[in-house]
Each structure stands twice: as structure tokens, then as C-alpha cells.
Design a protein around this ligand. Structure first.
Ligand code: HEM
Ligand code: PLO
Length: 483
């Protein structure tokens, strides 16, 4: 690899031929924590070798901002790996596709479609509220019994993205929904977690439990996507665009009548399916995970839950439902969401970036083709930037007057930043606010008496997963009286 600019390279972990630095990483399933701790020895920016891949690990917000914002274009690539290639049919989606004109086109299409059906529209608010009401009904029915909220939260969130992507939704117990829950869990458990097969692609020739599971889950996903695609093609008349799939179909059909702008710049069926698959997968797994973390933290910090409820009682009362326009009225709830996103970042290592040219980070030279891991865990737990970072304290996002301020430190990037910033940021924030506001207006969430408080430790993977736990949702006395 060519050196970039005559600057020195970052300090590297020891590396052996073929295996690289794996000896330092093996036996540490929580990769984000291992990379965070290695700073003690190697400094905040260091390098390592994953097999034959040169990897640079960024742990400070200054370097993270330089990579994502100042030099965003230099670092806009994505690595190709065995598991993400299977998931995205060789990078035909958005999240795992490398930078290029087709990727830009796909991102723009989705961005436009999301702002058309979603973000700016009242329709989306009413879809989220419909799902929030249904979630509250389920909680009411299960009242005072220990309940695993995860499938209920997932269904609520899934129905929002399902409406956006396919203009459809699932009822409780729908077998298609159950199948979706199962395949998506299988994918989260096996994809893009720096597993050995991604580091040594030749390992895929041997039987591998994870890879077999991933392929089986992808078969189920593909069947489901294909079925939606066929239904949409049959029903599509060309002028009414009801959802994201229609929007992409329209582009595909109009492009079919003309030649692609440039050779290779064609939006194929695979591109269309993988793009919808990305939005559906990201839309479900990320927002559900944050909701689970939020509920878990509220069980651990009942006084914070009480404060959110007091704020709601005071500003909204019990005679009407919360709306999106209430966001400025509920700074404590907004601060709690911000704090959940800080303390348990959904995507603790983002998705790895790749340098597209010889370049630099700080005073270090970075060769073209280097993989760059931004350790968001380190950025969000930096003691120089955050007072007692492991303490759950929504107050840190408020000013003295109790108003929500953006962030007390620049060391905060829950959605990434720059060219590859999360496409669903606005949608996710709308959902988190409305779901939590609806539930907390009516219920107090508690840990069942006969159970210990569930663990706050996450499980590393493509998203930072919450371990299974149960909740007792108790209808609030004030709500009972009012209604
Ligand atoms: C990428 C966070 C919800 C769609 C990302 C990235 C992060 C992130 C950290 C990676 C940025 C990078 O690699 O530099 C989150 C969080 C969410 C959330 C914390 C919920 C609270 C969503 C939703 C959608 C979505 C609801 C879809 C509607 C995407 C897509 C990408 C992405 C498509 C890939 C962007 C690209 O590579 O160009 N998200 N996300 N996300 N997110 Fe989200
Ligand atoms: C989640 C499981 C789905 O079945 C497939 C899928 C698609 C897009 C992925 C998502 C999974 C995990 C979270 C990801 C998202 C794209 C962007 C998002 C990686 C694997 C984040 C947080 O970066």
C-alpha cells in the first residue's frame, strides 16, 4: 500500500503473518469494549490487522468528525465482506454499497421518498399514533402480568416501516410477522460482526453454522421481498405512488423505457429489492432496539420515569394524546431519548468506512483501501467530554432552565454524520418520541417483583442488542381516573 503524505502511520497492534492482530482480539466478543480499552495502551487512534486487512480504529470525536465530515468523501467507501455481500447481493443496497454514482442515486431516491411519505407528512404521524394506540391496548390487556415487550415493540415499529415501504401492516400473531421476527434475528446474529468468515473469506468453503443460518434467513427474507415486489408490480398503474416500493418501481419503469445514463448505471430489480430490504431492516431493528434500551433504563431509574410523567401531566395532561408538535413541550423526554442514544449507541462501531484515496487523519497518513472503524462507544463514553459517562443522566442534555439543548459535547454522533449519515434519523426520532410519550402517559413500567433488575450489558453485533427481559406495565392511577 502506498503511503499518503509523508506523515507517519498510526501505531499498530502487533500483527502476525496471515492472522494479523487477531490474537489481541480473540476471546473478546464485545469488540467495541475491547477496542475502547486498547486506547489505554495505543492511544485514541491506532491500527491493527484483521487477517490481511489494514484497519484504523478511531476513538475520539475529533478524529471521528474529521473522517465523517471534513474528509467525508475520502472515507465514504464500504468494505466488501462475505456476510454483507450475501445480505446485499454484492452491495446493491445503500448501507453496504461502496460510494459511487448508483449508490448516490439510490440514496437520493430513498431520501426523497421518505420525505414525501414520511417526515414532513401528517399521514406518518397518524400511522405512528395508530400503532402506539394498538401497543397501549396490548399492554392494557396484559396489565400487571410480566410481559416480554420486545415482540410488541417490534410489531409497532415494523408496522410503521411496513406502511412506508409496502403500504401494509401486520396484526398480532400474523404468521408472516412471526417469520419476519425470526429471520431478522437470525440476520442480526450473523451479519457484519467482524466474524472470522468476514476476515478470512476462504473460510466459507468449510461448513459454518453462522453462514448456514444467515443463508437460511436470507431465503425467507427474499421470498417475502419478492412476494411484495410481485404484488406491487401487478397493482402499479404508473401514476399513484403509495409507498417506497412504488416510488422505486416508477423510477425503474421509466428507466426501462430509456437507456441508462451511463453503462453500469442501471437500477436493476436486485437494486430495488435490496434498497427496500435495507430500509425495512434498518427501520425495524434500530428503532426497536432503542425502545428496548429506553424501557430497560426506565426500569432501572424509576425517578426518571416519574419525572417524564410529571412533565407530561403538566404540559399535555390526560385528556388528549401526545402529538409531534408537543416535542418542544417535553424537553425531559427528549433529553431521555438523547441519553439512551448516547449511553447505548445502537451501532457501536457504525458500519466500517473505507478510504477511497491516500489521505490522513490528524497527523497520521492513511493509505487508500484502509478500513476505518469509528468506535462510537468510545466517543460517547469519553471521560474528558462526559461527566461520569456510565451514569444515566438525561439532565446532561438540558440547560439550567430545563430546556433541551442540542448536546453538551461535540462527542456525540448517534446517527453518524456526513455523506453516510443515517437515512432514517428524522423518522426514528419521530417514532421514539411518540411511542414513549403514548406509553408513559398511560403506564408505569416496572420490573416484575419476583425478578432481579435485568442486565444493562449489551450484546455486540451489527446492532448493540438488549438481552431479553420482562416488564410489568401498570395502568397509572391518574389515567384510570381521567378515563
Ligand atoms: C446508517 C444509526 C434508524 C436507515 C446508520 C448509521 C448509524 C445509524 C450510526 C451508520 C453511519 C455510518 O456508517 O457512518 C441509526 C439509529 C437509528 C437509526 C441510532 C434509530 C434510532 C434508522 C431508520 C432507517 C435507517 C429508521 C430507515 C428508515 C439507515 C440507512 C443507513 C443508516 C439506509 C446507511 C446509510 C449509508 O450507508 O449511506 N444509521 N439509524 N436508520 N441508517 Fe440508520
Ligand atoms: C438488520 C436485520 C435485517 O433483517 C437486515 C438489515 C438491513 C439493514 C441493516 C440492519 C439489518 C441492521 C442495522 C443497520 C442496517 C443498515 C444501517 C443500520 C446496519 C442487518 C445501522 C445501524 O447502521
Amino acid at each position: 500500500m502506498a503511503a499518503a503524505t509523508g506523515l507517519g502511520r498510526p501505531r499498530s497492534l502487533p500483527a502476525l503473518p496471515l492472522v494479523g492482530s487477531l490474537l489481541q482480539l480473540a476471546g473478546h466478543p464485545q469488540l467495541h469494549l475491547r477496542l475502547w480499552r486498547l486506547q489505554g495502551h495505543y492511544g485514541s487512534l491506532y491500527a491493527l490487522w484483521m487477517g490481511s486487512h489494514y484497519v484504523v480504529v478511531v476513538n475520539s470525536y475529533r478524529h471521528a468528525r474529521e473522517v465523517l465530515l471534513k474528509k467525508g468523501k475520502d472515507f465514504a467507501g464500504r468494505p466488501r465482506t462475505v456476510t454483507t455481500d450475501l445480505l446485499s447481493r454484492g452491495g446493491k443496497d445503500i448501507a453496504f454499497a461502496s460510494y459511487g454514482p448508483l449508490w448516490k442515486f439510490q440514496r437520493k431516491l430513498v431520501h426523497t421518498a421518505l420525505s414525501m411519505f414520511g417526515e414532513g407528512s401528517l399521514a406518518l404521524e397518524s400511522i405512528i399514533c395508530r400503532e402506539a394506540a394498538s401497543l397501549c391496548e396490548t399492554l392494557s390487556a396484559a396489565q400487571d402480568t410480566a410481559l416480554d415487550m420486545a415482540p410488541e415493540l417490534t410489531r409497532a415499529v415494523t408496522n410503521v416501516v411496513c406502511s412506508l415501504c409496502f403500504n401494509s401492516s401486520y396484526r398480532r400473531g400474523d404468521p408472516e410477522f412471526e417469520a419476519m421476527l425470526e429471520y431478522s434475528q437470525g440476520i442480526v446474529d450473523t451479519v457484519a460482526k467482524e466474524s472470522l468468515v468476514d476476515i478470512f473469506p476462504w473460510l466459507q468453503i468449510f461448513p459454518n453454522k453462522d453462514l448456514t443460518l444467515l443463508k437460511k434467513c436470507l431465503q425467507v427474507r427474499d421470498q417475502l421481498l419478492q412476494q411484495k415486489f410481485t404484488e406491487h408490480k401487478e397493482a402499479f398503474c404508473g401514476d399513484t405512488v403509495k409507498d417506497l416500493m412504488d416510488a422505486l418501481l416508477q423510477v425503474r419503469l421509466s428507466a426501462g423505457n430509456s437507456r441508462p445514463l451511463e453503462p453500469g448505471l442501471e437500477l436493476t430489480d436486485d437494486h430495488l429489492l435490496m434498497t427496500v430490504g435495507d430500509i425495512f431492516g434498518a427501520g425495524v431493528e434500530t428503532t426497536t432496539t432503542v425502545l428496548k434500551w429506553a424501557v430497560l433504563y426506565l426500569l432501572h431509574y424509576p425517578e426518571i420515569q416519574r419525572k417524564i410523567q410529571e412533565e407530561m401531566d403538566h404540559k399535555i395532561g390526560l385528556m388528549r394524546h401526545p402529538h409531534l408538535s408537543d416535542r418542544p413541550l417535553l424537553p425531559y423526554l427528549e433529553a431521555t431519548i438523547s441519553e439512551v442514544l448516547r449511553i447505548r449507541p445502537v451501532s457501536p462501531l457504525l458500519i466500517p468506512h473505507v478510504s477511497l484515496a491516500d489521505t490522513s487523519i490528524g497527523e497520521y497518513s492513511i493509505p487508500k483501501g484502509a478500513r476505518v472503524i469509528i468506535n462510537l462507544w468510545s466517543v460517547h463514553h469519553d471521560e474528558k467530554e462526559w461527566d461520569k459517562p456510565e451514569e444515566f443522566n438525561p439532565g446532561r442534555f438540558l440547560d439550567e432552565r430545563g430546556q433541551h439543548i442540542h448536546s453538551p459535547s461535540p462527542s456525540y454522533l448517534p446517527f453518524g454524520a456526513g455523506i453516510r449519515v443515517c437515512l432514517g434519523k428524522v423518522l426514528a426520532k419521530m417514532e421514539l418520541f411518540l411511542f414513549l410519550a403514548w406509553v408513559l402517559q398511560r403506564f408505569t413500567l416496572e420490573c416484575p417483583e419476583d425478578q432481579p433488575l435485568p442486565s444493562l450489558e449489551g450484546k455486540f453485533g451489527v446492532v448493540l442488542q438488549v438481552q431479553k427481559f420482562q416488564v410489568k406495565a401498570r395502568l397509572r392511577e391518574a389515567w384510570r381516573v381521567a378515563s
